[in-house]
Design a binder for this molecule. Structure first.
Ligand SMILES: Cc1cc2nc3c(=O)[nH]c(=O)nc-3n(C[C@H](O)[C@H](O)[C@H](O)COP(=O)(O)OP(=O)(O)OC[C@H]3O[C@@H](n4cnc5c(N)ncnc54)[C@H](O)[C@@H]3O)c2cc1C
Length: 388
């Protein structure tokens, strides 16, 4: 089958790889002019790790493990309070865990796909017509082409979803928090730690990227505004929301690059009753964004792509395959969305009292005794059937 995939991110590249392995003919269009640069770190474990092992790309990933041994919640002077060590995280996850830059994983997936799949960078879909026997796609760069299927793997603000299922507000559940990140020079002789500093309504997180002398600064803040912030306005918005904040914040703000290099988005979950319509299906954040709080978006994107390719292989009929894929994945995503929703309420407390409560709970819960409770919250194991 000829399958057009919109988006060369985690889900799109994983899907392209497995479709090709099953003998199909995927073509990928990616809006960005090249593979993405910079970005943020992801905790990589569970199903995603399992899919990566099945793709034989772990050797390509492990040398780029982020140099972080401890997650620490610090006070205004940088003194750590509650902490989560790598050993405790291992007990919670009870399996391999590999913190990585998101771009490292994308790069490895791109290498794995190799020259076997046509990837058109700087291209997007402009219109979709499902004729019943094929999908006709008009491209933004011009031209029309027919495919057997279209899969939207174009992330939280999916264009495929908008064209086929309807406008984003119909599926988006904004959690009341925005996030932004950018790389900064290490002026602090930083160690192997990811540090979180929180004041009411706002949080700053810093960790090393693994590139010598480079850190990521991540900013989380409560906001009632859920719209896009134009790139040119991002530095000023961060300065206004984080002005007067303690710890390293003034220096991190002073090191902000221009708006073009600042990643900023809302914490929004995408909730859809159905992930497919006719000859079109969605995968990854496009249909089931859980937000960074779940720490499993990458895993579920890879799981969805793997199981979608597998369903298309075993069912042959695309409608049965789409239904089987959704049946396998929808409940898993919904469960993780519910967990993330609960956790988001306490992630950036709005008040001093909430902050005190968060500190107390963190100190109590980040102990070995609670590892099983945290594990069940996380849902950290692989959801894939064992390899035959
Ligand atoms: C700060 C932060 C921290 C996170 N931490 C974690 C973590 O610790 N663990 C974890 O598992 N997950 C984490 N996540 C979530 C994770 O990054 C996502 O869930 C995951 O990347 C989703 O993969 P995806 O392929 O569906 O979407 P994406 O990775 O967003 O890929 C979508 C692709 O589609 C392309 N695209 C968009 N629009 C178009 C278009 N119109 N035409 C063509 N191409 C298009 C984009 O350029 C992109 O390449 C985090 C997210 C953030 C923001």
């Amino acid at each position: 089958m000829k399958v057009l995939i919109s988006g060369a991110g985690i889900a799109g590249l994983t899907l392209a790889y497995w479709l090709r392995r099953h003998g199909h003919e995927p073509v990928v269009v990616e809006r960005a002019p090249h593979g993405r640069l910079g970005g943020y770190g992801v905790d990589f474990f569970g199903t995603g790790y399992d899919v990566a092992a099945r793709m034989d790309i772990l050797d390509r990933l492990t040398p780029y493990r982020l140099p972080v041994d401890t997650v620490a919640f610090v006070d205004a002077s940088g003194r750590p309070g509650a902490r989560m060590t790598e050993a405790l995280l291992d007990r919670i996850i009870k399996g391999p865990h590999l913190p990585l830059m998101h771009t490292t994983l994308e790069g490895a997936l791109l290498d794995a796909v190799g020259d076997d799949v046509e990837i058109r960078f700087g291209e997007s879909i402009a219109a979709v017509r499902d004729t019943g026997t094929a999908v006709e796609i008009d491209f933004t760069g011009g031209g029309t082409q027919r495919f057997d299927l279209l899969v939207g793997a174009d992330g939280i603000h999916s264009r495929t979803r908008e064209l086929v299922f309807g406008p984003e507000p119909g599926f988006a559940h904004y959690l009341g928090c925005r996030l932004a990140s950018y790389p900064v020079a290490d002026r602090y002789d930083w160690g192997r730690v990811r540090a979180h500093y929180t004041e009411p309504g706002r949080q700053v997180v810093v960790y090393p990227t693994g590139e010598p002398g480079e850190l990521v600064a991540l900013f989380l803040f409560r906001s009632s505004h859920s719209g896009n912030v134009p790139r040119a306005e991002r530095p000023e918005l961060l300065r206004s929301r984080f002005g007067g904040m303690g710890w390293l914040t003034p220096s991190l703000l002073a090191d902000a690059p221009d708006g073009e290099s600042i990643f900023m988005d809302t914490m929004t979950q995408i909730v859809m009753p159905s992930w497919h319509r006719g000859r079109v299906a969605l995968v990854g954040d496009a249909c089931g964004c859980m937000t960074m709080v779940s720490a499993q978006g990458v895993s579920m994107a890879m799981a969805g792509a793997y199981l979608l390719a597998e369903a298309l292989e075993s069912e042959r009929d695309h409608e049965r395959a789409f239904a089987r894929y959704q049946e396998r994945m929808h409940g898993e995503v919904t469960r993780r969305q519910r967990n993330a929703l609960r956790f988001t309420r306490t992630l950036v407390p709005a008040s001093r009292a909430g902050l005190v409560a968060q500190n107390l709970v963190s100190r109590v819960i980040m102990r070995e005794t609670f590892a099983p409770v945290l594990r069940s919250q996380f849902g950290a194991g692989s959801i894939l059937p064992a390899r035959t």
